[in-house]
Design a protein around this ligand. Structure first.
Ligand SMILES: Cc1cc2nc3c(=O)[nH]c(=O)nc-3n(C[C@H](O)[C@H](O)[C@H](O)COP(=O)(O)OP(=O)(O)OC[C@H]3O[C@@H](n4cnc5c(N)ncnc54)[C@H](O)[C@@H]3O)c2cc1C
Length: 386
C-alpha cells in the first residue's frame, strides 16, 4: 500500500491546522487546568463539520475516511491533546455502529453523530477486564423485547456527556467471548438503571472526562443490539483495528507540537553567550526527535491509508492491516513519550513548569501508550501476525 495525500486531504489538513492554532491553542492550558469536558472544542468541531469526517454523505458526513481522520487528529493534537480526544472518542464510539448497525439504526443514530449534536462513548473496559477483554462480566439477559443489563464499566471516556454508549456485554455466559459470548448493545442516556459513578482525576488529557458506568437492571430495547447476538468480539476487535491509527495520529501530533516548541525555544534561549540550539548536544537531540517523528508519521499514514480499503462491515481484516494498525500505535505512542520527555529536557527548568506547554504535552503523551490497548498488547498483536 502506498499513499499520496489528495488535494482534498491537504485542504483538510490546512484548514484544521489553522483552526487549531487560532481557536484551540489559546485555551489548551485552561482546559488542562480546569479538568472539565472541553465543550468549547465540541462547538468548534461542530461548526467546522469535523465530526462528520468518517460518516457517509447520506447522513450529513463528508466520508473522507481514516487517513483524513488521522490528519485532522494530528493537527488538533499538536496544540491540544484533550481536544483531539473529543474527535477520537466520537470515532471510537461510532465505529461499532458503522461496522454492524442495520439501515434503520443508522438512520436513527448517524445524522446527530455526524453533526456532533450528539456524542457517543465506547464501553468495553471493566474493573476486572482491561487488556483481557475476554474477562468482561457485564451481562445482558434477553427478556421479551428488552435486554436487562447488569455490571460496571471502568474508565469510559465521555460516558457522562454522551447521548449513546456502545456497551460490550456478555449475552451467552456459556460461550467464550471470542466464540459468540459477547454482544454490543447501544444504551441511551437517561435509560433507567444507567448511571455514572466515579469521575477520574487524571494525569493528562484533562479536558476529556473518564468515568465509571454503573448498570443496574438497565432495560434496553432489543432493537439496540448491533448485528447479531454473539457478534460482539468481532465488532470490538475490528473497531480497535480501525481506531488505533487514529490514537497513533494523536500521539504523532503531541510529539510534533513538542518538537516545534522545543526548536523555537532553543533558538531564543541563550547560555554561555550563544543560543542553546548551537550546542551539538542539544541539536543532536532535536535531530533524533525529528527523525523519530517522521518515521512514526510514515507508519501512521500508511496504516490509515490501508484502512481506507477495509470495508466497514464484519468481514475479516487482513493480517497485514492488523499488523500495521498495532505497529502505528506502538511506534507513535512510544515516540510521543520519548519526544515530549526530551522537549522538557531542552527547556530545562522552564520545561518543568506549567507556564510552558511541554510539561502538559509530556503528561498527555502517556495515555497514548495505555488506552485502546497498551504498548504491550500491541506487541502481542504484532507478534501474532508474524
Ligand atoms: C484516560 C483513559 C481513557 C480510557 N477510555 C476508555 C474508553 O473510552 N472505553 C474503554 O472501554 N476503555 C477506556 N480506557 C481503558 C483502557 O483501554 C485500559 O486502561 C487499557 O486497555 C489497559 O487496561 P487496564 O487499565 O485494566 O490495565 P491491565 O490490563 O491491568 O494492564 C496492566 C499492565 O499489565 C500489562 N499487561 C496486561 N496483560 C499483559 C500481557 N498479556 N502481556 C504483557 N503485559 C501485559 C499492561 O500492558 C499494563 O502495563 C481508558 C483508560 C484511561 C486511563
Amino acid at each position: 500500500m502506498t499513499y499520496q495525500l489528495t488535494e482534498e486531504q491537504l485542504m483538510l489538513q490546512q484548514m484544521v491546522r489553522r483552526l487549531a492554532r487560532e481557536q484551540l491553542a489559546p485555551h489548551a492550558a485552561e482546559r488542562d487546568e480546569k479538568g472539565e469536558f472541553a465543550w468549547d472544542a465540541v462547538e468548534i468541531f461542530r461548526e467546522n463539520g469535523l465530526f462528520g469526517c468518517d460518516f457517509p454523505e447520506k447522513y450529513g458526513g463528508s466520508h473522507m475516511g481514516t487517513l483524513a481522520m488521522c490528519l485532522a487528529t494530528e493537527e488538533v493534537a499538536k496544540v491540544c491533546a484533550s481536544s483531539a480526544v473529543v474527535l477520537l472518542v466520537q470515532e471510537l464510539g461510532s465505529l461499532p455502529m458503522m461496522l454492524a448497525a442495520g439501515d434503520e439504526q443508522k438512520d436513527k443514530w448517524f445524522p446527530s453523530l455526524a453533526s456532533g449534536e450528539h456524542l457517543v462513548a465506547f464501553g468495553l473496559t471493566e474493573p476486572g477486564a482491561g487488556s483481557d477483554v475476554a474477562g468482561l462480566k457485564t451481562t445482558a439477559v434477553k427478556k421479551g423485547d428488552k435486554y436487562i443489563i447488569n455490571g460496571r464499566k471502568q474508565f469510559i471516556s465521555h460516558a457522562d456527556v454522551a447521548q449513546y454508549v456502545c456497551l460490550a456485554c456478555r449475552t451467552d455466559p456459556a460461550k467464550a467471548a471470542h466464540k459468540g459470548g459477547l454482544s454490543i448493545i447501544v444504551v441511551e442516556k437517561g435509560t433507567p438503571g444507567f448511571s455514572i459513578g466515579k469521575h477520574e482525576d487524571k494525569m493528562g488529557i484533562r479536558g476529556s472526562t473518564t468515568c465509571e458506568v454503573v448498570l443496574e437492571d438497565c432495560e434496553v430495547p432489543v432493537e439496540n443490539l448491533l448485528g447479531k447476538e454473539g457478534d460482539g468480539f468481532a465488532i470490538l476487535m475490528k473497531t480497535l483495528d480501525f481506531t488505533r491509527p487514529c490514537v497513533a495520529a494523536q500521539a504523532l501530533g503531541i510529539a510534533q507540537g513538542a518538537l516545534d516548541y522545543a526548536v523555537a525555544y532553543a533558538r531564543e534561549r541563550e547560555q554561555f553567550g550563544k543560543p542553546i540550539i548551537s550546542f551539538q548536544g542539544l541539536n543532536w537531540m532535536l535531530a533524533d526527535m525529528d527523525a523519530k517523528i517522521e518515521a512514526a508519521r510514515q507508519l501512521v499514514y500508511k496504516a490509515s491509508a490501508t484502512f481506507e480499503e477495509v470495508p466497514k462491515d464484519l468481514s475479516r481484516v487482513s493480517r497485514e492491516a492488523i499488523r500495521l494498525s498495532a505497529m502505528s500505535k506502538m511506534v507513535a505512542s512510544d515516540t510521543a513519550m520519548q519526544v515530549t520527555t526530551d522537549a522538557v529536557q531542552i527547556l530545562g527548568g522552564y520545561g518543568y513548569v506549567k507556564e510552558y506547554p511541554v510539561e502538559r504535552m509530556m503528561r498527555d503523551a502517556k495515555i497514548t501508550q495505555i488506552y485502546e490497548g497498551t504498548s504491550q498488547v500491541q506487541k502481542i498483536v504484532i507478534a501474532s501476525c508474524l
